[in-house]
Design a binder for this molecule. Structure first.
Ligand code: PMP
Length: 374
């Protein structure tokens, strides 16, 4: 039955049950919802301010950062970044490529600026399995920014803390794609020299159609003259997120998710929940005597958000069987069809919407399946 469905989709996916109930209740109340309010009405301005202020509070975003709600998803930011931070197409930006999403961001940037790549692709397998050490030799000191993805959603590699650039490169702002891990751990904004951090909403904090983009204010005013207004951080910040019509409902939802995180103990407590959820699945995989395997051997890099695993070395018949039996139990979203050809890994995505109890249901299913089919 639908109540029994547990959604392990990599995104878009379900939000915490309490948030989904609150959204549904809002639609039962008399009056207009945020879908029908003018974005310039005092009612919507209050919703917008609430979303910005709770995000600031929950994620401890310092005052010298602007919180923007941008259009165009993660891909919009792949283009917006070089257009905002590189005034000339000859300016250089440094990209750490250690997974499919950083590769995609890097490819898009090449259209707008000169790109220096730090490529972490494993030469033997062609897979991404690690994160490179960021030394001064590999970062151009004239670079306008150093870009990285803090959780590679497809490959299952996560930086549990952002790195610090070497002393001689500290003047370069760090740019972070936190699309699939934002709100699940604290961020050391000043300590790590974060210049821009963005997250498309549809994994941990909301619905597709909205991206939160947090920009250090000293980086405003540097955009290329070709940067479209809708992507321009300065234009949007000067207009208080109302340069054009923002995704009103999606912004309200981000505020509701931030309220939920705060009620549930804040970002530190949220991180502890993520650690516990991920540990439960990796323990099942590591203790299955090879029946399950996950590609990332370095435990310090294993994603707490997306747990990739295969069955009996990628046995197709068993994988199909696993998908059928799990689906019959209401465990959905484990088959992930990516356009990136990352082999036959299944993936359990365990964002904010998934509880420890729900992860336990999957873990128990995996143990039973292994016993039955080993
Ligand atoms: N970056 C990461 C880390 C992602 O997981 C995704 C979406 N899966 C994107 C960027 C792309 O986001 P969008 O589809 O909103 O453009």
């Amino acid at each position: 039955s639908p109540e029994k469905v547990i959604n392990f989709s990599p995104g878009p996916t379900s939000l915490p049950e309490a948030v989904e109930k609150q959204i549904a209740a809002n639609f039962q109340k008399p009056g207009l919802t945020s879908l029908a309010l003018s974005h310039r009405s005092p009612e919507f301005i209050a919703i917008l301010e609430h979303a910005v202020n709770t995000a600031r509070k929950v994620m401890a975003i310092p005052d010298d950062y602007e919180v923007l709600f941008t259009h165009g998803g993660g891909h919009g930011q792949f283009a917006a970044l070089p257009l905002n931070l590189c005034h000339e197409p000859t300016d250089t930006a440094t990209y750490v490529v250690n997974g499919t999403w950083s590769a995609r961001g890097c490819d898009e940037a090449k259209r707008y600026c000169n790109v220096q790549t730090i490529d972490a692709q494993d030469t033997k397998t062609g897979n991404y399995l690690s994160f490179p050490e960021l030394t001064e030799e590999i970062i151009d000191k004239e670079s306008k920014y150093v870009y990285l993805c803090s959780n590679e959603t497809v490959n299952g590699i996560e930086l549990h803390r952002l790195p610090k650039l070497p002393e001689s490169r500290k003047h370069i702002p760090l740019v972070v794609d936190a699309s699939s891990d934002f709100s699940t751990k604290p961020i050391d904004w000043h300590g790590c020299g974060v210049g821009v951090l963005f997250a498309c909403a549809s994994k941990n904090i909301g619905h597709p159609g909205l991206t939160i983009t947090i920009v250090r204010k000293d980086l405003l005013g540097k955009a290329s003259p070709l940067c479209p207004g809708v992507f321009n951080y300065t234009t949007n910040s000067e207009a208080g997120n109302l340069w054009n019509t923002p995704a009103t409902f999606n912004i309200e939802v981000v505020g509701l998710v931030m309220d939920w995180i705060e009620r549930e103990g804040g970002v530190e407590a949220n991180e502890q929940r993520s650690i516990a959820k991920a540990k439960m699945l990796y323990d099942v995989i590591d203790n299955a005597n090879g029946f399950y395997a996950t590609p990332i051997n370095d435990k310090s890099l294993r994603s707490r958000m997306n747990v990739p695993f295969n069955i009996a070395g990628g046995d197709l018949a068993l994988t199909e069987q696993f998908l059928i039996e799990s689906w019959e139990q209401g465990l959905i979203g484990l088959r992930t069809l990516t356009p990136f050809g990352v082999g036959d890994y299944l993936r359990a995505s365990i964002y904010n919407g998934i509880t420890l109890k729900q992860v336990t249901t999957l873990a128990e299913f995996m143990v039973k399946f292994a016993q039955k089919h080993r």
